[in-house]
Design a protein around this ligand. Structure first.
Ligand code: ZN
Length: 136
């Protein structure tokens, strides 16, 4: 089992210019990184509390996954992400346990992480992300 701890909570927002100051006020810490992940059509902003981060996600395109999520469900918690020390092994394990994968192979996420999503249809509606610090 290579899952170690909650890494971050992903929150879909319409406008980072509104969401960042709100979360800074709420948590009393400053956003320390803003990063665009072009392949996911998303701009991300991060705040950190201890080991756990808040990832604010704003879509950069009307047809991106975050835009579609907000259209269906409105703004709010979009996914939870767990830190893994071996994401590939974890994907094989989840697959063997009958959990449907969105990504069978890790891809590049923000913050220098390799990431992969599990399908919410097989996780009782919770979009779950596994992430691993890229060292290779
Ligand atoms: Zn995430």
């Amino acid at each position: 089992m290579s899952v170690k701890h909650l890494e971050h909570i992903g929150i879909a927002v319409k406008d980072l210019d509104v969401a960042i100051p709100l979360w800074e006020k709420l948590l009393g810490v400053k956003c320390y990184n803003i990063e665009e992940v072009a392949e996911q059509k998303v701009k991300t902003a991060f705040l950190r509390i201890g080991e756990v981060k808040i990832e604010l996600l704003q879509s950069t395109s009307d047809d991106g996954p975050i835009a579609k999520f907000i259209e269906k469900k409105g703004e709010g918690v979009q996914h939870v992400a767990f830190a893994s020390t071996n994401i590939e092994e974890e994907l094989v394990r989840c697959d063997a346990e009958g959990i449907r994968l969105i990504d069978s192979k890790p891809r590049n996420g923000a913050e220098g992480l390799s990431i992969a999503f599990l399908h919410p249809k097989s996780t009782l509606g919770v979009l779950t992300e596994l992430c691993e610090k890229k060292t290779k």
